[in-house]
Design a protein around this ligand. Structure first.
Ligand code: IMP
Ligand code: MG
Length: 185
């Protein structure tokens, strides 16, 4: 009898949640005595940001910036456009920039430059995922990394493929989605 193996998600909901516990504790430690502006990079980071901030004890406000660099494909266009701006004037603020995934670094490079131009007091980057394959020296420094993953296209837990699969509670590679519960709505 052939036993068909169900693919496992790359990162289960349980692994994500316990790693975010650790990440929030690290942010709390590093920002003790300070106040933070947590900036969520829409759309992919919205679930990570919600789970992260609910664990933080340092006082913080939140804001959102939407950028687009991927269009509907799975390869970067290399060009970043702000499609929805922050509400805060960030001059003098200590900012924690929340990303879903750092791949080529194009998005965070653009945002770091933009926030420094707006005279933020400090900017640190927290990302749930970082893809292997791009040399460290070619990337801006990333202060907190949840998981380093192979350079495959992933969906779930906020990340989409053509706006689909954001709601999945786990992270899966797009190629495994067929064998998993797609949970399509
Ligand atoms: P970078 O600019 O190449 O570092 O890519 C970062 C952005 O591209 C992320 O903020 C995502 O919005 C998107 N992205 C990169 N890789 C993936 C992926 O595997 N799935 C979904 N979105 C991705
Ligand atoms: Mg993103």
């Amino acid at each position: 009898m052939r036993i068909l193996k169900q693919p496992q998600p790359l990162l289960s909901a349980e692994r994500l949640q316990s790693r975010i516990d650790e990440m929030a504790a690290a942010v709390d430690r590093d920002y003790a005595g300070k106040e933070l502006l947590v900036v969520c990079v829409l759309k992919g980071s919205y679930i990570f940001m919600a789970d992260l901030t609910r664990r933080l004890t340092v006082p913080h406000e939140i804001d959102f910036i939407a950028v687009s660099s991927y269009g509907d494909g799975t390869t970067s266009s290399g060009r970043v456009v702000v499609t929805q701006d922050l509400q805060h004037d960030v001059e003098g603020c200590d900012i924690l920039l929340v990303e879903d995934v750092v791949d080529t670094g194009t998005t965070i490079r653009f945002l770091l430059d933009d926030l420094h131009k707006r005279k933020a007091a400090s900017v640190r980057i927290i990302t749930l995922l970082k893809k292997e394959g791009v040399e460290e020296e070619d990337l801006p420094h990333v202060d907190y990394i949840g998981f380093t993953i192979p350079p495959v296209f992933v969906v779930g837990y906020g990340l989409d493929y053509a706006e689909r699969f954001r709601h999945l509670p786990y992270v899966a590679s797009l190629s495994d989605i067929d064998g998993l519960d797609r949970g399509e709505k």
